[in-house]
Design a protein around this ligand. Structure first.
Ligand code: PEP
Ligand code: MN
Length: 353
């Protein structure tokens, strides 16, 4: 439920409305529209009477929200969220590039990739050190040693680091080495991990589960926001379908759909979405044209020697090709983004009318 307050509501009137809500045990999420104040109500609302709320002095209208997600909903929070990571702004006009190996392998490997990627304008370096592998016999990641290497490499080239945590104890291990915590597809519904990450003060990169619906995806983000951490970046990384020629199926629909229903930024991961190097460029372009706020791509100097996911990693020359292709459509995409931003801005100010 959302309560839109009148322009000239007094402090006393606000207090009365809030007290009424708090008495039912529900939580209040306050949000300033451009003109008016909005109270979002979260929790069990069985005791809340819409008619009674509308009768309070100072209340303009009460809107029922049917979606189960609240804090992640654009209705609760009409303005788009921009997640700041050093000088990168995920969710702002310019889509953000994130690149790096699937796994951090050696100090030389990650330092070389950091140098190459920073030279190409990539601001966020990815690299897993705790690896969720489908087989227990596959490379499991370098752990804290790898975290030290990626942190040093990023520092040397003035980049930020995103790396995955697989369990709660990984949070403390990685905390000082990374700038963004990644929650992988397999852990999207690890609710204890989501709650723990929600208590931290670093941005979170939440990947969509392989068979997660839009509601499930946003409810997982809701877990993080409801613990107080609002810096969540969503990631579409492909879902499991009957299609067998690619590792997963990239769900392009979800990119504009998320923009419609949520204020959180959404980034695409064409590497995991396709599992094929040759599809990374077209899928990146499609996703960015559809409104994605950034792209995360796997890159390796010698993909054929990679410890993991070499078959979906670009080499440096292919990364150049991707950037060139992006350069061809960039101006047009930025124009479309600007239009969309203005539309949202208009909705924000119309919202409370
Ligand atoms: C990864 O980013 O390397 C990864 C394991 O991704 P996902 O959780 O999407 O499979
Ligand atoms: Mn990978």
């Amino acid at each position: 439920m959302i309560i839109v307050l009148k322009d000239r509501i007094t402090d006393e009137e606000v207090k009365n409305v809030k007290n009424y809500i708090i008495k039912t045990g529900a939580r209040i999420h306050e949000s300033e529209g451009t003109e008016k104040k909005i109270l979002g109500i979260i929790g069990d609302k069985r005791d809340l009477d819409q008619m009674a709320l509308e009768a309070f002095p100072g209340v303009e209208k009460v809107i029922r929200i049917l979606e189960p997600y609240k804090l992640t909903s654009r209705k609760f929070h009409p303005k788009s969220t921009i997640v700041e990571v050093k000088d990168a702004r995920v969710g702002d006009l310019e889509p953000v590039l994130m690149a790096g190996p699937c796994s951090v392998e050696t100090e030389e490997q990650i330092t070389d990739i950091a140098r190459e990627m920073s030279g190409k304008g990539v601001k966020i370096l990815r690299g897993g050190v705790f690896k969720p592998r489908s087989s227990p016999y596959s490379f499991q990641g370098m752990g804290e040693t790898g975290a030290k290497w990626i942190s040093a490499a990023a520092k040397q080239y003035n980049m930020s680091v995103v790396s995955e945590v697989m369990e709660i104890s990984d949070i403390d291990v990685l905390y000082d080495y990374i700038d963004i915590f990644q929650i992988g597809a397999r852990n999207m519904q690890n609710f204890k991990l989501l709650k723990a990450i929600g208590k931290t003060n670093k941005p979170v990169f939440l990947k969509r589960g392989i068979s997660a619906t839009l509601n499930e995806f946003l409810m997982s983000a809701e877990y993080i926001l409801s613990e107080g951490n609002e810096q969540v970046i969503l990631c579409e990384r492909g879902i499991r379908t009957f299609v067998q020629y690619t590792r997963n199926t990239f769900d392009l629909n979800i990119v504009p759909m998320i923009k419609n229903v949520s204020h959180l930024p959404i980034v695409i991961d064409p590497s995991h979405a396709t599992g094929r190097t040759d599809l990374i460029i077209p899928i990146t372009l499609g996703g960015l044209a559809a409104g994605a706020d950034g792209v995360m791509v796997e890159v390796h100097p010698k993909p054929y020697e990679a410890f993991s996911d070499g078959n979906q990693s670009l080499n440096y020359a292919q990364m150049n090709d991707l950037l060139n292709a992006w350069g061809i459509i960039r101006e047009s995409v930025l124009k479309l983004r600007q239009q969309k931003f203005e539309e949202i801005e208009k909705n924000v100010s119309n919202y409370t009318r």
